[in-house]
Design a binder for this molecule. Structure first.
Ligand SMILES: [Fe+2]
Length: 317
């Protein structure tokens, strides 16, 4: 008997308490705090029991020493727990979370480690630490074995596993360094074999990819919660698989263009939109979908992505 599960997915937050931070305006009451309040209402109304923050919880480079970094993590956790009362919280580390002097120690002492699996009824969620690719790649087979019997496998990881637009750092994905190509392709194969649904952040945009490759299929959903309260919540930019990675062709960046091209033929769906919001993953006995919510309006999803066997998507209103 499958139990319906719902997961609220919060994207990058880069929490700061410094008024002189370049991110300070995002933490104005009308910005991210308002978005988190909206996520809390959606969690309550939907009956979600788990909230996943997908990394870059804090702007770690702004802290100075272990104590300051711990205070930053505590402040961010307090914001999340206050906005999402009664909801369990899972966090994976992002590249900014362990930056700064004392950052790694503060993170290790205050946040449960990733590279572990969380059962979700008949499904499972694996939390991965993309900041430690060697350890994480080594742990992946064990984690996949632990979850071998689950229906749907979700992977929570800060860095995408399939590249999205990301300016200069087009290889800023899990195992993305050129010298790790063999491991990256093996990880893609292992995840595709399981038809994994990857929940990630890092790229500060929202969207999804349905990729058929590696002997299977990966659906990747990327979420950003960096809302300033002024920008429209979500704005469509690119909507076709054929447009995927063409930016680099126009820029004449052959290496990046070739990297994206290596994924293009496998794309069954690709959607990419700017702005910020959060997502609600809904697991039902015979259906699976992701609702994207914009920061300004929590009452209904702006876009629903049905996943299970369906490459279609539709904008609600
Ligand atoms: Fe980030």
């Amino acid at each position: 008997m499958h139990n319906a599960e719902k997961i609220v997915v919060i994207g990058d937050l880069h929490y700061t308490e410094r008024a002189d931070s370049e991110r300070a305006a995002l933490w104005h009451p009308n910005g991210i705090p308002r978005l988190l309040a909206a996520a809390g209402r959606v969690a309550r109304d939907s009956g979600a029991t788990l909230a996943l923050q997908i990394g870059d919880l804090v702007g770690g480079e702004e802290s100075d020493g272990v104590a300051a970094h711990e205070a930053l993590i505590a402040g961010a956790m307090d914001r999340l727990e206050s906005a999402l009362p009664g909801v369990s919280l899972a966090v994976v580390p992002g590249n900014h979370d362990t930056r700064g002097e004392g950052g790694p120690e503060a993170w290790a002492h205050n946040v449960p480690p990733a590279n572990r699996a969380i059962p979700l009824g008949d499904d499972a969620l694996i939390l991965l630490d993309s900041n430690t690719p060697d350890e994480t790649f080594a742990a992946l087979p064990r984690l996949l074995l632990e979850t071998a019997d689950c229906r749907c496998l979700f992977i929570a990881v800060h860095h995408p596993v399939i590249p999205c637009y990301y300016g200069l750092s087009y290889r800023s994905i899990f195992l993305g360094e050129p010298e790790r190509d063999a491991e990256r392709l093996e990880a893609l194969r292992l995840l595709a074999e399981r038809h994994a649904i990857v929940l990630c952040g890092h790229v500060h945009t929202n969207g999804f990819i349905d990729w058929h490759g590696g002997g299977g299929r990966i659906v990747q959903v990327h979420v950003s919660s960096l809302w300033d309260g002024l920008e429209p919540a979500l704005r469509e930019t690119i909507s076709t698989s054929d447009g995927y990675g063409r930016f680099y062709e126009r820029e004449g960046r052959a290496d990046a263009a070739a990297f994206f091209a290596s994924f293009r033929n496998g794309l069954a769906a690709y959607q990419h939109f700017e702005g910020a919001g959060f997502a609600l993953v809904k697991l039902c006995p015979d259906a699976l979908s992701v609702d994207f919510f914009g920061g300004a309006d929590s009452s209904r999803p702006l876009l629903t992505l049905p996943i299970d066997g369906n490459e279609d998507w539709r904008i609600v209103d």
